[in-house]
Design a protein around this ligand. Structure first.
Ligand SMILES: [Mg+2]
Length: 104
């Protein structure tokens, strides 16, 4: 997250408060859930899903960064992301019989 994004997020957290921003995160995640559900259920025609998908992913990314900032868990989340990506890499390698992408 760059400095500008961090400043906007901190200003929003100060203005709206932790509880409101947390509720906002729940709402944004719910909106993404609806879009994803519509995609898998074929409720969009051709590529009509891309605009709402991009919009909701952007909202969720902002809210994830907001939650990390508000609860001061940036470093812990980064550590868990690293751990979980390593675990995923191992699972993918096992699934591919270790003949998958050697760059992983
Ligand atoms: Mg939204």
């Amino acid at each position: 997250m760059d400095c500008w994004e961090q400043r906007v997020i901190e200003e929003a957290a100060k203005s709206y408060g932790t509880k409101t921003q947390t509720i906002q995160a729940v709402e944004e995640f719910s909106e993404l859930l609806v879009v994803l559900s519509k995609i898998v259920n074929g409720r969009y025609s051709s590529k009509d899903h891309l605009i709402p998908l991009i919009d909701e992913v952007a909202d969720c990314q902002i809210m994830l960064n907001s939650l990390k900032s508000i609860y001061e868990i940036e470093d812990q989340v980064s550590e868990r992301v690293f751990f979980k990506l390593n675990r995923l890499r191992e699972r993918v390698r096992e699934r591919n019989g270790r003949h998958g992408d050697e760059k992983l």
